[in-house]
Design a protein around this ligand. Structure first.
Ligand code: GLC
Length: 551
């Protein structure tokens, strides 16, 4: 009896530790993000499409990738690169048809890979039929309460709230609430604490917000039943208004994720929340850390310390990133996955300004692809495509166009992206005659592309280095060069050493109990690892990274 009791308690404890359920495939997943207008054009109109993506699946698979996320492919007005959806149930003709999407899913599945689409959950285009109907004076129509309409703008709004009010002078109301651009009216998921003096602030359980929630379920079901494996959810934290601590939004996602897990146990929902602590609590499988966020070791620019960690100057700091990462990692451990992607369609690429030579990029990739959680590679980052400053604003991209330039495949016209005339190309490509291409790097054993392939092969070969392996910082984050951390699982241990600086660096490592340190991969075999009594000494050349197996 006692034994059974202990067994039961044991099961209960372990299931509460494991907590949320995730499909098995995500434990070994490595994602590739594709901005569909910029990957491969099949019909020679200068813009990428689904058939183009399908023709490149062998390449994607050759990287060691087993899951693909596409930015929105639904019918859109393209005033925010597809994030302004006109019809959530229809592929935009620029990309192909719903049948083409099913064909793409089948081809992806045939290769044992998975496909995730982008769900713009919080808003639609102002050209969406739902919005057009909700503009009408009659408030009893099917879509009347899909959006938030107000007769006047209260004068006690915070500056941030006020910026969300768009004057429309529609029969239904003078103002609507938007999420991002004016053309993106927010869908009505309700207010966490509706103000009784503001009749437009409906509670989350009012019929309008409930209908919108059901519509979201219908969209998810529609595509999952076609074979799609899940969604990345755009601005997932934005759904419920006036919810400063996000508790109502977390509760909404808990419900939706609970429903989803039951109905589609093999599906994934990935949050664009940029706060895994909250999104994982809301039941998401994965959430991102912003590749260009305030403490990022990569970003440069306005809000970021001028001295970036991943730079030859070697003057960057790491402590803020470390504290943030450690906190997110520990809070979500065994519950869900965090991801620091190589980049995305909203942030500058890692190959940016002075961080541009192949060694620097290999060092950065060693870091990004040896972190725990699920790796995401933004198309082109594997060959070191550069952020192109000054690229023209296309379809609401603003400065983000520099990160959305079309893929560089080979040295043929338009780098093999399209047979269209160059002037018709979606966004002009990197004008450098020596721009990196897949074809060039494929042939070169020392290229970044082949480095990434080897890194992913190594990651796949070891549970310690994989998504569920443990992560422990070994160096002192306040002395940032080199950065050293351990990945481990059971008795298997790997030490990752990262030195983005242009100088040779040394470090002492104590209490890691080393019998043997075997160099398994990196940018330079010139790293020196000396095992001492209790303290090991390592020396890393300028701009280098190394992975040691520790026994
Ligand atoms: C997300 C997308 C971004 C888009 C915005 C509005 O942040 O990543 O590209 O512009 O949402 O939908």
């Amino acid at each position: 009896m006692k034994k059974i009791l202990f067994l039961l308690i044991g099961i209960l404890i372990s299931s509460s530790i494991i907590g949320q359920t995730h499909p098995d495939w995500i434990k070994k997943s490595v994602f590739y993000q594709i901005y569909p207008s910029s990957f491969q054009d099949n019909d020679a109109n200068g813009i990428g499409d689904l058939k183009g993506i399908e023709s490149r699946l062998d390449y994607i698979q050759s990287l060691g990738i087993n899951a693909v996320w596409l930015n929105p492919v639904f019918k859109s007005a393209f005033q925010d690169g597809g994030y302004d959806v006109i019809d959530f149930y229809q592929v935009d003709p620029r990309f192909g048809t719903n049948t083409d999407l099913v064909e793409l899913v089948n081809q992806i599945h045939k290769r044992g890979m998975h496909l995730v689409l982008d769900l713009v959950a919080g808003h639609s285009s102002n050209q969406n039929e739902w919005f057009k109907q909700s503009m009408q004076a009659d408030t009893n129509l099917r879509y009347s309460n899909y959006y938030i309409w107000a007769p006047y703008k209260p004068n006690d709004l915070s500056e941030q709230e006020a910026s969300r009010w768009v004057e429309a002078n529609a029969p239904r109301g003078k103002y609507y609430i938007k999420n991002f651009y004016d053309i993106q009216p927010a869908l009505n998921f309700g207010y966490a604490k509706p103000n009784p003096k503001h009749p437009w602030e409906q509670p989350v359980d009012a019929p309008g917000p409930q209908a919108v929630k059901n519509e979201l379920k219908n969209i998810i079901t529609f595509w999952l039943e076609k074979g799609v494996d899940g969604f990345r959810v755009d601005l997932a934290a934005s759904l419920i208004k006036n919810d400063p601590d996000k508790s109502a939004t977390i509760a909404l996602w808990k419900e939706l994720n609970g429903w989803f897990d039951k109905k589609f146990p093999n599906g994934v929902l990935i949050a664009e929340w940029f706060n895994p602590k909250q999104s994982i609590e809301g039941g998401f499988d994965i959430d991102f850390l912003q590749p260009g966020h305030l403490f990022s070791p990569f970003q440069r620019g306005q809000k970021v310390p001028a001295k970036v960690y991943f730079d030859k100057a070697g003057e960057g700091e790491l402590i803020k990133w470390y504290n943030d990462y450690k906190d997110q990692y520990e809070s979500t451990l065994n519950k869900g996955y965090i991801s620091l992607p190589t980049g995305n369609h909203d942030s500058p690429r890692i190959a940016d300004s002075s961080r541009n030579d192949v060694n620097q990029l290999k060092v950065a990739m060693t870091f990004l692809l040896t972190l725990p959680g699920v790796p995401f590679i933004y198309y082109g980052d594997e060959i070191g495509m550069k952020y192109i400053p000054g690229s023209p604003d296309v379809e609401g991209s603003r400065t983000r166009s520099g990160t959305r330039t079309p893929m560089q495949w080979d040295d043929s016209k338009n780098a093999g992206f399209t047979l269209a005339e160059t002037k018709k190309i979606y966004i002009p490509q990197d004008p450098d005659p020596n721009r990196p291409t897949v074809a060039k790097e494929d042939k070169d054993p020392n290229s970044q592309l082949n480095y990434v392939r080897k890194l992913l092969t190594l990651r796949a070969s070891s549970t310690a280095l994989g998504n569920d392996g443990e992560w422990k910082f070994i160096s002192d984050p306040a002395k940032p060069y080199p950065m050293i951390y351990m990945r481990s699982k059971g008795s298997e241990r790997y030490l990752i050493l990262i030195n983005p600086s242009g100088s040779k660096v040394k470090a002492e490592l104590s209490s890691i109990n080393t019998k043997k340190a075997i160099y398994v991969f990196g940018t330079s075999e010139k790293c020196v690892y000396k095992i001492g009594k209790g303290t090991d000494m390592i020396t890393l050349p300028a701009v280098s990274a190394a992975i040691y197996k520790i026994e």
